[in-house]
Design a protein around this ligand. Sequence first.
Ligand SMILES: C[S@@+](CC[C@H](N)C(=O)[O-])C[C@H]1O[C@@H](n2cnc3c(N)ncnc32)[C@H](O)[C@@H]1O
Length: 248
Amino acid sequence: MVTLVGGGPGADGLITVDGLLALQRADVVVADRLGPLDLLAQLGPHVEIVDAAKNPRGSAMPQDKINDLLIEHALAGREVVRFKGGDPFVFGRGHEELEACAAAGVPTRVVPGVSSAFAGPAAIGVPVTHRGATHGVTVVSGHLPPDHPNSLVDWSAVARSGTTIVVLMGVATLPAIADVLRAGGLPATTPAAVVADAGGRAQREARGTLATIAGTAADAGIAPPAIAVIGAVAALSTPRPAEGGASA
Ligand SMILES: C[S@@+](CC[C@H](N)C(=O)[O-])C[C@H]1O[C@@H](n2cnc3c(N)ncnc32)[C@H](O)[C@@H]1O
């Protein structure tokens, strides 16, 4: 059996109970770079941990090799956990891996995780929806620049969607994304925020508008992994308790 576990965005407490139980039952854990990796140190000495980290610009274990590893261990009768950051089905190649396992006759299971698409904004007090402000949220990848021939995102439709826009993997492309959203009709004054290493010790944030966010993010030293959130909700933050406490 291969169990695909979403570990959440990085803080140990944001893995699900089911995910933690799967980890504790594992003989082999094949882990990515993001997610609550500290939890792996708590597993027994018999557990084999394989680092399948995919650095944005560094060397990475090829996807075929990862698939082969999962299959090989599972066919040898081991309980395998494929451990990923956030939710495995949100820009996580999760289904590809399940398909490869199934094709090799290996049964699979998925344990969803808390996606950074929602937990990232929440870490800086930004709700991705808010009554009266927006009736939806659009989660997009900024991995490819908007004008890239392989981009599957219709950025002008996103600009017109009236929803909160959450961009993953968009640090390098943020200036171009802000430009294309403005060209698509989103006002330059639309609030925007960026959070890096959300929930971790190195969490950083930048705030601004569609016109300024690329600059403020660069000034704040924002680097991957980071989430950008664009829309009225990006002006919100964690409410402070009222002075004087609750009134009866
Ligand atoms: C390949 S995607 C994986 C997303 C993951 N499956 C999820 O649901 O969160 C990696 C991107 O997720 C975002 N990300 C993941 N963890 C994050 C964190 N702790 N803080 C900010 N962004 C994060 C970043 O945009 C990063 O480039």
